[in-house]
Design a protein around this ligand. Structure first.
Ligand code: PEP
Ligand code: MG
Length: 582
């Protein structure tokens, strides 16, 4: 049994056969071949290798002609690797002696080789491992050819193990067959992780390099509650899995009964819980789980899937679906938050040169530089807004000027609609995300211009602690319980109260039950969370009085280390709701 620990990002424990996605997410369909087919498979491998070598040779000539021989040298190195007799010998050995399918043999040999290079501690050699992955990709492309299986064509349940999944790939996972997934990279609040929660797929990210030693047919237990992945589990672990499955089912059933109850503290304070959504279809889940509306609609997912820019009508239809499904419940529509890890494929080239995409052209900055595209979204939004209780929110606002510019464009769009005689919502509330420390520093000034605030802790943590939210190597720094984060939240709540502006927390922090007493104690009354977490949040709200919450918040704010804050909050949660701490 192999045990891998990562970051738990979407709850639930599942067991099933592993499906390992290779580089480029090729699926390796079978691990073994019949003994009588070994010769034919060897021939298939040699012919694929020949084809790859001649492709590399053509590339070498092409590049030498266009760019010069120094650039073509990259391909000479690839060719040398492909022609390496050791590789030929070892892959043939795996096919002949172990009856491995050529795809599996190639992937196994090259990945182990790449892993060794990466572990030598030499930066140059570690980078050469990328060449090996490139060769693997070419060989698999050749071997699998037309029969390459797509994730969309799954016909049986699997647990996906991949190096990485992009948010668009995750969005397209077939929830009927994908029991759960785990990735080598990724962080707690990466958009892939958020989507896993939205789709209700248990997930663990940031496992570190481990795929080389997994072939793709082993049984896997994936524990999305604790961030553990067991490969080829022993009998004891399977028995434990069955016990915790039964326990989880019991809690789940009890929490279902909370769906129709109010989120009210024992001392009678109403707390408002909304859902975060990425797709219109998720509204149903929000409402079913007892959300009072949608606190964050991440509209950028309209741009991520398709091959072309969404039209005004695409936007309009999507917004109308959300608004109509919500009835008179509030809906906060956030304008496009594209950039960083959310880049539509058709715009990829434009962002390829960006050295530091998290600090680059993303979110409202991109909208302000792409006014025609931004205006299309705003037109649709204002038109759809007449159908319900809609608010508009701008993401990643760092300066007052950005907010003012965005609002001016909104006014422009209103004037256009007025001139064209098109019905639109005139008095739409306009708010902003607080997810950059500069916005917190100027929160008093912002409070005089915005109708509401929504604290995006996912980005606020990353920009305050200077650590990439998707990078598992800095995951221990990236913590919602950091005293700096508590202080920033307190600053926003204090200023907003003074200016009578509502505040919501819509980052993942508000989906994490440990933080509920703290946030209520700091004065927060509106939370927007991943739909699946809503029943648990209600459970905590119904067990903590405001007086108790204030005491917890005061005590939590007295620590100077994130781990002490989080440890203390976990203890308090265990006291309030022991079932939720397993
Ligand atoms: C956030 O940053 O907390 C947030 C809610 O926005 P996103 O996760 O979409 O960046
Ligand atoms: Mg954000």
């Amino acid at each position: 049994m192999q045990v891998r620990n990562g970051i738990p990002v979407s709850p639930g424990v599942v067991v099933g056969p592993a499906l390992v996605l290779g580089t480029e997410n090729f699926r390796i369909p079978q691990k073994y071949v019949r003994r009588d087919a070994v010769e034919a498979e060897l021939a298939r491998f040699r012919s694929a290798l020949e084809q790859v070598c001649s492709e590399i040779e053509s590339n070498e000539v092409l590049v030498a002609d266009k760019l010069g021989t120094e650039y073509a040298a990259i391909f000479s190195a690839h060719l040398q690797m492909a022609r390496d007799p050791r590789m030929l010998g070892e892959v043939e050995h795996l096919i002949r002696e172990r009856s491995y399918a050529p795809e599996y043999a190639v992937s196994r040999f090259l990945r182990q080789h790449a892993e060794q290079m990466q572990n030598l501690g030499d930066k140059y050699l570690a980078e050469r491992a990328l060449d090996i992955f490139d060769l693997e990709k070419r060989l698999l492309g050749c071997l699998l050819g037309e029969s390459r299986e797509e994730l969309s064509s799954l016909t049986a349940p699997v647990v996906i193990l991949a190096h990485d999944l992009t948010p668009s790939e995750t969005a397209q996972l077939n929830t009927e067959f994908v029991l759960g997934f785990a990735t080598e990279v990724g962080g707690h609040t990466s958009h892939t992780a958020i989507l896993a929660g939205a789709l209700g797929i248990p997930a663990v990210v940031g496992l570190g390099r481990c795929l080389a030693s997994i072939s793709g047919s082993e049984t896997v237990i994936l524990d999305g509650d604790h961030g553990q992945v067991l490969i080829d589990p022993d009998e004891g672990s399977i028995a434990n899995f069955r016990t915790s499955e039964a326990h989880n089912l019991k809690i789940h059933e009890r929490l279902l009964s909370l769906e129709d109850l109010q989120a009210e503290t024992p001392d009678g304070e109403r707390i408002h819980i909304y859902g975060n959504i990425e797709f219109p279809t998720e509204v149903e889940q929000c409402v079913k789980r007892g959300a009072e509306g949608v606190g964050l609609y991440r509209t950028e997912f309209l741009y991520l899937g398709g091959r072309v820019e969404p039209s005004e009508d695409d936007h309009y239809q999507a917004y109308c679906r959300v608004i109509e499904a919500c009835g008179d419940r509030p809906v906060v529509i956030r304008t496009m938050d594209i950039g960083a890890d959310k880049i539509p494929q058709r715009l990829q080239e434009r962002f390829d040169e960006t050295h530091n995409p998290m600090l680059g052209l993303r979110s409202i900055r991109l909208s302000l530089q792409s006014t025609p595209v931004f205006k299309i979204q705003l037109r649709a939004l204002l038109r759809a807004a007449v159908k319900g209780n809609v608010r508009i929110m701008f993401p990643l606002v760092a300066t007052l000027l950005e907010f003012r510019q965005a609002k001016m464009i909104l006014m422009d769009v209103m004037e256009d609609l007025e001139d064209e005689g098109i019905e639109y919502k005139h008095d739409i509330p306009v708010g902003m995300m607080v997810e950059v420390p500069s916005a917190v520093m100027l929160v008093e000034e912002f409070a005089q211009e915005v109708d509401f605030f929504s604290i995006g802790t996912n980005d606020l943590i990353q920009y305050t602690l200077a650590c990439d939210r998707s990078d598992p190597s800095v995951a221990s720094l990236y913590r919602a319980g950091d005293p700096a984060i508590l202080r920033l939240i307190r600053m926003v709540l204090t200023a907003a109260k003074k200016h009578n502006r509502p505040v919501t927390v819509c980052g993942q922090m508000s989906s994490d039950v440990r933080f509920v007493p703290l946030l209520l104690g700091l004065g927060l009354r509106h939370l927007s969370a991943t739909p699946h977490s809503i029943p648990r949040l209600k459970e905590v709200v119904r067990h903590v009085s405001i007086l108790d919450a204030e005491r917890i918040a005061d005590h939590a704010c007295s620590f100077d280390l994130a781990r002490d804050v989080e440890h203390y909050l976990l203890g308090e949660l265990g006291r309030l709701c022991p079932d939720l701490v397993v």
